[in-house]
Design a protein around this ligand. Structure first.
Ligand SMILES: [Zn+2]
Ligand SMILES: [Zn+2]
Length: 133
């Protein structure tokens, strides 16, 4: 058995599969049910509204969606923000555009840039026509 500190409440517990303790798991389950029940009744609810009405922490609600536990595609206003550009999203951490861009960035990391070097043409210095000998 592994002893661990609960990620949420800090209590020490016997870790089985998750990194929060059984008490917190039960709490989250309850919160999840509350949110789901609320959404059933309020199809156009936003996340802050839901958080307020259910007394469930806003971050926890976002976590439920991000982790894929709570599927919200039927709830058009139930969106949070893309971690990169702030666009409203309903699944994962980034919006579709950022996901695309990030994967592009990974792909072209090696691509060298042939940036045209700015020419440094110095004006020819004029000769002074005398030499001292
Ligand atoms: Zn806990
Ligand atoms: Zn984005």
């Amino acid at each position: 058995m592994t002893i661990a500190n609960c990620k949420r409440c800090g209590r020490i517990f016997n870790r089985v599969s998750r990194d929060i303790c059984p008490a917190c798991v039960a709490e989250e389950d309850e919160a999840f049910e509350k949110v789901r029940a609320y959404l059933k009744e309020h199809r156009y609810a936003t996340i802050p509204e839901t958080s307020e009405a259910t007394d469930v922490d806003l971050d926890l609600i976002v976590d439920m969606v991000k982790s894929g536990r709570l599927i919200v595609r039927d709830f058009p206003n139930f969106a949070y923000t893309c971690e990169r550009c702030g666009a409203p999203i309903q699944v994962g951490r980034f919006c579709a555009r950022c996901t695309q861009e990030l994967s592009n960035l990974l792909g072209i990391a090696e691509k060298g840039k042939d940036s045209a070097k700015a020419r440094t043409d110095k004006p020819l210095s004029r000769r002074h026509g005398y030499y001292s000998r």
